[in-house]
Structures are given as structure tokens and as C-alpha cells.
Design a protein around this ligand. Structure first.
Ligand SMILES: Cc1ncc(COP(=O)(O)O)c(C=O)c1O
Length: 398
């Protein structure tokens, strides 16, 4: 039995069957390179699904975990902590958002956003509770967030679903949005400005502008889910900054922890004031260790040149993918290092992914037959060159 077979057998025996993993077990990583149980090396264009912004074994990440865990890891939210406030201050920088809540996963951040939006109108004595979301969106796996997720395959089995969620509008359709929001019980519209799991689909400028305008006009909140887009991936720290709108609430996770579980719900002063002690909480959220590590990661992204890298290398990667010139690559879309290549339905993208593993590159499929490229923000031109050359080779064999 190989080392891989042993790990796979153990996993299949004891771990719930919810993921259908690929036949690889990674055991270590350094920079953008992963090593599997058999010693094979891969260049990583998945980054733990847009999480590992600094790649693997990055000294900033390793030092932050080491130093903060020696000092203080978790003491509960009954007490003040330096790291909690510092991280909140850093995350809201340059935005109109003023307060943060920290959780542990993206879904939790969205749960917080949904609860906060409802509480905001509850305090005002208004019967506004519905959260409208987009078709093909992805907002998480808790009951509320999986209901908000506009892909029924994820929530069909979990009926009855929570009320006031699950009304989906077609993405980028302003008329449909206007109609859906023309309802006095709607509290908020929640949107990804680039749909991640849905297939790296960017919203148009007109759509995002209209979403802000309509929600303002109706006295509703605009929630932007930055869980996949945030933390520098698109070349700006938050993807909403590309659109020149000011959301009332945003949610973040993935890249802001660089691999350490943490999520954030950020809100304006006015909206955040709806929460009072006892309204919301979590044991693990805002722990000094999580916040200390996140602060170091966020600073490295912001001040260590990674925003520029995401923008430049992203444009380079998009250009290289396009220049492959295979007609089965229908479109290359996204922003910065959040890119998708839509493959013609005649060729299952999963076949490409499996062949790319053989070549020593990690990527995956999302949406409707879309290859997703979300590498660490430290990816180099050389690594992009070798990956796109491999992709070209692979496509020739299929
Ligand atoms: C846009 C978006 N929202 C929410 C989530 C859920 O995050 P988590 O898996 O950390 O709960 C994801 C995860 O992929 C996501 O991409």
C-alpha cells in the first residue's frame, strides 16, 4: 500500500463523505509549491480556494502564528484585546465602514450580515426582513446562507428552509433587481461583485451602481460578499472599490487569514449600532491568535506589494490564457488573480484539471465548466508561463 493509499483509506473510513476529493494528499507546501505524499511537486493555482494569499510557509504567516501563540491564543470575548481592535481598524481603512465583527468562516460572516440587517430594521420598527440574492451566487453552507445561495442544488435537501431568504434575481439584470426590491419587506440585497463559485462572473459597473441606487432609494441595505474577492485578490483590497460604491455591510474571510480561519463582517456606524451586547457572538471569533495572524497577513498584502502583484500578474495570466488560442476556451474573465476560463461544454473541464495534476499544477472547476485560477498573490510570471504552457499541451491531448 502506498502512502497515498493509506491516507485515502483512513480518510474514507473516518471522514464524512461530503467532498469527493481528488486522488492526491498534500503533505507540505512552500511558496506556491505543494508536495504530495509521494514526493511529487505541484505549482498551486488554487491556493486552498482563494485562501492562501501568501502561499505556504511564508515567514510573515509563520512568525505571526509562532509569536502570538506563545503570547496569548484565546481568552474569550468577555475581555478586551489589542489584536481585535487593531485588525478591525486595518480592515476598515479607506472605506466608509466603521465597525467589525469577527467569526471563523465565510458562512458565519454572512450569517452575521443577515442578522445585522434584520436587527437594523427591527430596531427601527420596520417590517423589513427579506434578503434578496442573485442566481448562481454562493454565500455558504449554514441553513441561512445556503438558502441565500442561488444554486438550489445546495439547499434542496434541507427543507424547510429559513423564511425571508431564497428569493433570487438573475445576475446583472437591473430591471429584475428593481422589481424584486420593490417590496417593502426587503431589508437588503446581498451580492458578490464577482461571483466566485458561480463561475468567476463579474457584475457590470451599471449593475453595481444600480444596486446601490435602488437600495438607497428604497431604504434598503447593500451587502457585498467579499469572501472570495476580498483581501487583495482583485488588485484592490476590496473588490467593491473597483466600482465606486459604498456598501452598508461587507463580509470577508478566506484571504484575510492567509490560511488561518477567520472571517469578518464590516458595517457602517449606523448599521453596526443596531447590535447591542448579547445580540451576536461566537467563542472562537476574534481570538488574539486569529486576529494577530490576520493582521500580519492583511498588512503584508496591503503594504508588501501584493495588491500590485495581484493586478499585474492577474493581467499577465489573463493574457497568457487568452493567447493559448484554443477555441474551446470560450472566455477568460475576472479581475486580478481571480480568473476563470470558461471551457466549451464539449470538453468537461474536470478532465483538464486531472491532466494538469499529472503535469504538476493544481487548479479546479467552478460554475458551469469554468477552470478557476486563484493562486497565492505571490505567484511569479515564470510559474504562470510554465502553467499556461502545460495547459496548452494538455488541451492538445483532449
Ligand atoms: C462568495 C462566498 N461567500 C461565502 C462563502 C462561504 O465561506 P466558507 O466556506 O468559509 O463558509 C464562500 C466560499 O467559497 C464564497 O466564495
Amino acid at each position: 500500500m502506498t502512502e497515498f493509499e493509506r491516507i485515502k483509506k483512513q480518510d474514507n473510513e473516518y471522514f464524512m463523505n461530503v467532498y469527493a476529493p481528488y486522488d492526491i494528499a498534500f503533505v507540505s507546501g512552500d511558496g506556491c509549491t505543494l508536495t504530495d505524499s509521494e514526493g511529487k511537486k505541484y505549482v498551486d493555482f488554487l491556493g486552498g480556494i482563494a485562501v492562501n494569499a501568501l502561499g505556504y510557509n511564508h515567514p510573515v504567516f509563520v512568525n505571526a502564528i509562532t509569536e502570538q501563540s506563545k503570547k496569548l491564543s484565546l481568552i474569550s470575548n468577555y475581555f478586551y484585546s489589542e489584536q481585535r481592535g487593531l485588525l478591525a481598524k486595518e480592515l476598515i481603512k479607506g472605506t466608509k465602514l466603521k465597525k467589525a465583527f469577527f467569526g471563523n468562516s465565510g458562512a458565519e460572516a454572512n450569517e452575521c450580515a443577515i442578522k445585522l440587517a434584520r436587527k437594523y430594521f427591527f430596531v427601527k420598527g420596520q417590517q423589513k426582513f427579506k434578503i434578496i440574492t442573485a442566481a448562481d451566487s454562493f454565500h455558504g453552507r449554514t441553513l441561512a446562507t445556503v438558502t441565500a445561495t442561488g444554486q438550489p442544488k445546495y439547499n434542496l435537501a434541507y427543507v424547510p428552509l429559513p423564511a425571508g431568504l431564497g428569493d433570487y434575481v438573475p445576475y446583472n439584470d437591473i430591471k429584475a433587481l428593481e422589481t424584486a426590491l420593490n417590496d417593502p419587506t426587503v431589508a437588503a440585497f446581498m451580492i458578490e461583485v464577482i461571483q466566485g463559485e458561480g463561475g468567476i462572473c463579474p457584475a457590470t459597473q451599471e449593475y453595481v451602481t444600480a444596486a446601490r441606487k435602488i437600495t438607497h432609494k428604497n431604504g434598503q441595505l447593500l451587502i457585498i460578499d467579499e469572501i472570495q474577492t476580498g483581501g487583495g485578490r482583485t488588485g484592490k483590497f476590496w473588490a467593491f472599490e473597483h466600482f465606486g460604491v459604498d456598501p452598508d455591510i461587507i463580509t470577508a474571510a478566506k484571504a484575510i487569514g492567509g490560511g488561518f480561519p477567520i472571517s469578518a463582517c464590516l458595517a457602517t456606524d449606523e448599521v453596526a449600532a443596531a447590535f447591542v451586547p448579547g445580540d451576536h457572538g461566537t467563542t472562537f471569533g476574534a481570538a488574539p491568535l486569529a486576529c494577530g495572524v490576520s493582521l500580519a497577513v492583511v498588512k503584508e498584502i496591503r503594504y508588501g506589494g501584493l495588491l500590485e502583484n495581484a493586478e499585474k500578474r492577474g493581467a499577465y495570466l489573463a493574457e497568457k490564457l487568452t493567447s493559448i488560442g484554443d477555441p474551446r476556451i470560450k472566455t477568460v474573465r475576472g479581475k486580478g488573480l481571480l480568473l476563470g476560463a470558461e471551457i466549451d461544454a464539449s470538453l468537461p473541464a474536470k478532465q483538464i484539471v486531472l491532466k494538469m495534476f499529472e503535469e504538476g499544477y493544481v487548479l479546479n472547476v467552478c460554475g458551469h465548466n469554468v477552470l478557476r485560477f486563484v493562486p497565492p498573490l505571490i505567484i511569479s510570471e515564470k510559474q504562470i508561463d510554465s502553467m499556461t504552457a502545460a495547459l496548452k499541451r494538455v488541451l492538445k491531448t483532449l
